[in-house]
Design a protein around this ligand. Structure first.
Ligand SMILES: NC(=O)C1=CN([C@@H]2O[C@H](COP(=O)(O)OP(=O)(O)OC[C@H]3O[C@@H](n4cnc5c(N)ncnc54)[C@H](O)[C@@H]3O)[C@@H](O)[C@H]2O)C=CC1
Ligand SMILES: CC(=O)N[C@@H]1[C@@H](OP(=O)(O)OP(=O)(O)OC[C@H]2O[C@@H](n3ccc(=O)[nH]c3=O)[C@H](O)[C@@H]2O)O[C@H](C(=O)O)[C@@H](O)[C@@H]1O
Length: 464
């Protein structure tokens, strides 16, 4: 295979040398498609294009495709991404389209990173990924490889996705390859994570698929490549990482509820316990949001015959935290002699975590709903959030930071956006009376206000 190869080549079952395959990948002779250009997919497509110079991004959202075609980046809060997208599009290394079939016909490496969520019955919903597989199958050729990066319930590739690819393409595994290579990336640091903050897990549906995935990610990721036995093992690795996090947050939240009985600051005890290397108790808080951690346990619970009581209890504990947080506010108001029906409450932060414009499973929504149900007048502010309708439907009035009023009876900090750092929280409280402002600190960000004479402080895991 010459370095100036002009036709596209496949890597699966290639008879070229490893060096020639690597050169082909890096000089654009191996066209890549990346399906799903969201918070994870666009950074991934950009790193692929930076390495291979020949990436077509595919998305169903015409606005997303049009912005990328103009060299613009619709994802906020990712350092370096706007500049990289602009540079790659200008150089012709990255293009975008809504025509997945055309992209699949041209590509020899097909990457899919579309949403894998849960349905109304809390069951994994792989419909979007299956749709993407059908589109990819329409352009699949012998020698191609399909790589799934979205988090999947174990056995999804072997039992659900491969059959779609084979049925729709008329090809069989062995003519093309498939691997599961999970995305281990956190929003806000996507480029550095994708490029190699952590080892890359790869697991093929056959040995040749693992080999090709290792070769590809050996060029994409400058950290170690961890090849596991098969795709199902790789799927389990990713889900286990998320389950570990949800269970440990659940433990922290359960410990937090002991703060009054022990009359201690549980968060202080957690921090001290974590000073030795065999303990990593996570942080208690107002709840667990995003479309990752709350969902991944359900990629195991309810999909297996075996009992999974530890995961189930942790999930139940974490899902209860928004109610626990809102109850702190209502109890605080009553302790200050305020009927919730007469109270003005300000909610600070609506996205599921700071800096990420995502409200899936955000604890802020059930908190707003419970406060509204209790009759309080809820005002909410979050400069990062662009999805305001669900909170308005739940009864909140959305304001900007500049529009925040005063004389609130309670403030509930759910998500500590950096823009809140300059807020004078005590000044938000009652001005005409000696009534104290009820402050519910959902993320241990305002502990310094405990004991403030104008503040009735209530924390998660913090005794008062
Ligand atoms: N967000 C995160 O922190 C992480 C997410 N992941 C995994 O990555 C997956 C994607 O996550 P995000 O990028 O955050 O989601 P996202 O919601 O930000 O973006 C998804 C993109 O896929 C597009 N899309 C939906 N259906 C499509 C289809 N049939 N064909 C083509 N494009 C389609 C949407 O228009 C959207 O642009 C998640 O479901 C998860 O499994 C993994 C690690 C971290
Ligand atoms: C360890 C880690 O940071 N994992 C990342 C995680 O990303 P995600 O954006 O979901 O953030 P997260 O820090 O896990 O937070 C999820 C939710 O849990 C809450 N949270 C988090 C940690 C904690 O100790 N206590 C807690 O209550 C957060 O407030 C948030 O609402 O999940 C991603 C994923 O697996 O999709 C993963 O790739 C990311 O690297």
């Amino acid at each position: 295979m010459s370095d100036t190869q002009t036709t596209s080549v496949g890597l699966y079952n290639s008879d070229a040398s490893i060096a020639e395959q690597r050169n082909a990948l890096k000089n654009g002779a191996v066209p890549v498609s990346v399906t799903g250009l969201g918070k994870m997919g666009l950074p991934l497509a950009a790193v692929y294009a930076d390495v291979t110079s020949n990436v077509t991004g595919v998305d169903i959202d015409r606005a997303v495709v049009d912005q990328i075609t103009e060299g613009e980046c619709h994802i906020t809060g990712e350092p370096g991404l706007p500049e990289l997208v602009s540079e790659l599009v200008a150089a012709g290394k990255l293009t975008a389209t809504t025509d997945g079939t055309a992209a699949a016909t041209n590509a020899r490496v097909h990457v899919a990173i579309v949403p894998t969520l849960i349905d109304e019955n809390d069951q994994p919903d792989l419909s979007v990924m299956e749709t993407a597989m059908r589109t990819i199958a329409g352009g699949l050729e012998p020698g191609d490889i399909v790589i799934a990066e979205s988090t999947l319930p174990p056995r999804s590739c072997v039992d659900r996705l491969l059959p779609v690819l084979e049925a729709e393409s008329g090809l069989s595994l062995g003519e093309f390859g498939m691997a599961f290579c999970p995305e281990r990336t956190a929003s806000g640091r996507a480029l550095e994570d994708i490029r190699g903050a952590y080892p890359k897990i790869v697991g093929g549906l056959d040995a040749e698929s693992t080999r090709v995935a290792e070769l590809i990610y050996g060029e994409i990721n400058d950290n170690e490549i961890v090849s596991v036995s098969d795709a199902t093992t790789a799927e389990a690795v990713k889900v286990f990482e998320g389950v570990y996090r949800d269970v440990n947050i659940g433990l922290a939240n359960e410990l937090a509820r002991l703060t009054e009985e022990f009359d201690i600051d549980v968060t202080e005890a957690i921090d001290a316990a974590n000073t030795q290397p065999f303990c990593e108790i996570h942080q208690p808080g107002a709840g667990v949001g995003g479309h990752c951690i709350p969902y991944y346990p359900r990629f195991v619970m309810g999909t297996v015959e075996s009992e999974t009581p530890v995961m189930e209890q942790a999930r139940e504990t974490n899902e209860e935290m928004p109610h626990y947080t809102a109850t702190h506010a209502l109890d605080g108001l009553r302790a200050e002699g305020i009927d919730p029906e007469d109270a003005e409450v300000l909610v600070l932060g609506l996205t599921y975590r700071p800096g990420v414009n995502e409200i899936r499973a955000t604890p802020a929504l059930p908190i707003v709903e419970k406060l509204d149900d209790a009759g309080t007048a809820v005002t909410a502010v979050d400069p990062v959030n662009s999805h305001t309708e669900p909170f308005e439907v739940a009864g909140a009035t959305i304001v900007s930071i500049a529009e925040i009023g005063e004389d609130y009876d309670a403030v509930v900090l759910v998500t500590p956006q950096p823009a809140f750092d300059d807020l004078d929280v005590p000044a938000l409280g009652p001005t005409e009376t000696d009534q104290r402002l009820v402050l519910v600190d959902g993320r241990q960000e305002l502990k310094s206000l405990r004991g403030h004479d104008a503040i009735h402080y209530r924390g998660i895991g913090i005794n008062v």
